[in-house]
Design a protein around this ligand. Sequence first.
Ligand code: M6R
Length: 357
Amino acid sequence: EKGAYPHYMLKEIDEQPFVLRKIIQEYQGESGSLEIDDSVTAAILDADRIYIVACGTSYHAGLVGKQLIEKLAAIPVEVHLASEFCYNMPLLTEKPFFIFISQSGETADSRAVLVKVKEMNHPALVITNVPGSTLFREADFTLLLHAGPEIAVASTKAYTAQIAVLSILAYATGKAKGASTDLNLAKELGAAANAMETLCDDKEEFEHIAAEYLRAAFDCFFIGRSIDYYVGLEGALKLKEISYIQAEGFAGGELKHGTMALIEKETPVIALATQSYVNGSIRANVKEVAARGAHTCIISSTGLEAEGDRYVLPAVHEMLTPLVSVIPLQLIAYYAALHRGCDVDKPRNLAKSVTVE
Ligand code: M6R
């Protein structure tokens, strides 16, 4: 039930800090450290490469997951769109391990790949929000998101839950491999949950940004580098899905290779700057578009901020910034849709779970 909330989407955005705390609780072992069943980490360590397969928002979470797994467990990861993988399968390594990410566990494109993977006898883990769903039943291993039912067509809390579970998987696999780390993931995720709460309490600010940048906009660009690029892709999907504004996520460095031609006077460009090692270069990209008249909105992290930034996010561990940087983008999309009188929870032409290929 959405209770006092006008829309499920807003309620689900607000639930994110609680979902994250629930995930910490569900995955916490007796020692207090975050754990994954040994059978899962052993199967991953037996593989020579991980293939993540998903669609839409879950695919975007997979891109973040790739970075987490490669950093924390040092295992190469490829991320694929299920609908492409199915008909245009890449050359697989000798010992692949598959991770399917699906909120609903019912997405036909992802299931089609799972069926093929099982025919080839490769091991598959499904990360889903729905126990008993088709993908859950057909996988060798499963991890649950514990996000509670997600009703709005636009996925919000499932995305952050997927990233949190992927971070735990990456961390536990790294530990099982004997990688030394001084990361206290439970503590860092707890801090991210608090930061999420701060952002959810700051809705008015994001409503202002939506009004200022998007009320009269025909299009919108989201730019970032590294992990911020992946979050930008998700921000763009959220905005187009519910507000019907043409939106694209771009890697900051790629703009000059073509897309920059689309920048006109007042074109909104929302930039994320949460990663210290690319902070200078993303800011240079913002200057490039601003010089061509773009209406730029920089969302940065505490510690990396510069004069003129529109919003500064609370500091969280640099690897976990997507958990917080996505919240402004979700809320900006929500308010942009609301201002345009769109049906936020049930956007046109879309279904919550896509059960046809
Ligand atoms: O249930 P799934 O995670 O497999 O769904 C995948 C996509 O259909 C889904 O994430 C879709 O992109 C959302 N509506 C985006 O908000």
